[in-house]
Design a protein around this ligand. Structure first.
Ligand code: NAD
Length: 413
């Protein structure tokens, strides 16, 4: 099976919307290309005395609506195509929820599980040393993504502040609370996904106790399991990079997390049956939540998916061919750029708090997040009805209209 280039998938998604909404051709042309792609190499003195060089990237896709914004991924399979796709999706994600930011993304090709704590710190600081003049609160604001943490954000911020000899907490988000992080940021991606799921449940008339399967048990997936369970949903299957487990009677997300901390994986959870990452996608339930990596729902397995809806917490989990199949089967796909936008929205709140050095309570953060997610869901849902298209295309229409306005206001070329 040929590897799907996620950036090409992103462009295909936009093209579909552009045609329906009659997007200005100059804006459409501009959106085919990132403004800047930065490739870096980061030498790290390893614990054994040897030097290893790691490849890194930062792609600044579009900043018509505000500074570039997007996470940094540490993963062995990360490459420029993936980072470009992720920066493209960030552009539309910020626009769909109407926050005044553009899209960017970064990555390092590395398996962080193979590095010691000191090696990881050197890598994080090295990444920031290379990019210290390209990022900043008014230019480009990174954040966590797959296998990056608040601690990694702290090292990066500290390196940036040392280079520029000033405090600048708003240069990065997802920081620990002690140095300018926001209440609620840790679980905000999942919380936003829950607000969206609750709206979806009203539209689909899902009953209390609706069943859920979640692929990926990291920041996005584990919090999704915990918050949905509190809201009365039944999480019946979860997985991580090493495999998954299913129990039709329901799983306890807190116990699963403890088991993962003790054993390194959700697999072999007592009382549940082990399944593969492929099987979790075809588990019969009401809602499937991909919360790991891109390109997992493909034309090969889309026909076997047996759910009412998919809520995409991961970025780019569904290929365009799979989207077509799911649409024909009547499965609603709440697209990544909407479903996981809670993370970037609270990152934006973090930056706002940093800029006036005055901090909100957790309650205030959630009171501001909920209406943004609910109204964004509903404007995408209404757009879907108006154009008779799928939800992803509708989300692109809402986002592209806002980007179009900003680009045309500035002057296009
Ligand atoms: P994370 O590093 O906290 O967790 C990733 C999880 O995915 C882990 O449980 C890991 O075991 C699992 N995983 C890795 N490879 C896998 C594979 N091949 N099959 C199944 N599971 C696998 O990362 P995260 O922050 O939870 O990010 C997950 C997804 O959510 C990514 O697509 C990311 O871009 C997206 N996302 C994250 C945020 C955020 O704020 N963290 C915001 C928006 C979107």
């Amino acid at each position: 099976m040929a590897k799907v280039n996620p950036f090409k998938s992103g462009l295909q998604q936009l093209n579909k919307a552009a045609e329906l909404m009659e997007l200005d051709p100059a804006v459409h042309e501009r959106l085919q290309f990132p403004k800047r792609e930065i490739h870096i190499s980061i030498p790290v003195r390893m614990d054994d005395g040897s030097v290893k060089v790691f490849e890194g990237y930062r792609v600044q896709y579009d900043d018509s609506r505000g500074p570039y914004k997007g996470g940094i991924r540490f993963h062995p399979a990360t490459d420029i195509h993936e980072v470009k796709a992720l920066s493209f999706w960030m552009t539309f994600k910020c626009a769909v929820v109407g926050i005044p930011l553009g899209g960017g993304k970064g990555g390092i090709k590395v398996d962080p599980k193979k590095l010691s704590e000191t090696e990881l710190e050197k890598l994080a600081r090295g990444f920031m040393r290379r990019l210290a003049n390209d990022v900043g609160p008014e230019k480009d604001i990174p954040a966590p993504d797959v296998y990056t943490t608040p601690q990694i954000m702290a090292w990066m911020m500290d390196e940036y502040e040392q280079i520029h000899a000033k405090h600048a907490p708003g240069m990065i988000t997802g920081k620990p609370l002690s140095i300018g992080g926001s209440e609620g940021r840790g679980y905000s991606t999942a919380q936003g996904g829950v607000y969206v799921t609750l709206e979806l449940a009203k539209q689909l008339k899902l009953k209390k106790g609706a069943t859920v399967a979640i692929q990926g048990y990291g920041n996005a997936g584990a919090y999704m399991a915990k918050i949905l369970t509190k809201k009365g949903y039944k999480v019946i299957a979860v997985s991580d990079s090493r495999g998954g487990v299913v129990n039709e009677k329901g799983l306890d997300p807190v116990e699963i997390e403890k088991h993962k901390q003790e054993t390194g994986s959700v697999s072999d959870f007592p009382g549940a049956k082990n399944i593969t990452n492929e099987q979790i996608l075809t588990t019969k339930c009401d809602i499937l939540v991909p919360a790991a990596l891109e390109n997992v729902i493909t034309k090969e397995n889309a026909g076997k998916i047996k759910v009412r809806a998919i809520v995409e917490l991961a970025n780019g989990p569904t290929t365009p061919e799979a989207d077509e199949k799911l649409f024909r089967k009547g499965i609603v796909v709440v697209p990544d750029i909407l479903a996981n936008a809670g993370g970037v929205t609270v990152s934006y709140f973090e930056q706002v708090q940093n800029s006036y050095n005055y901090y909100w309570t957790e309650k205030e953060v959630l009171q501001k997040l909920e209406p943004i997610m609910v109204s964004s869901f509903n404007s995408v849902w209404d757009t879907m009805d108006r154009y008779g298209c799928d939800m992803r295309t509708a989300a692109y229409i809402v986002a592209a209209k806002r980007i179009e306005e900003a680009m045309l206001a500035r002057g296009i070329a």
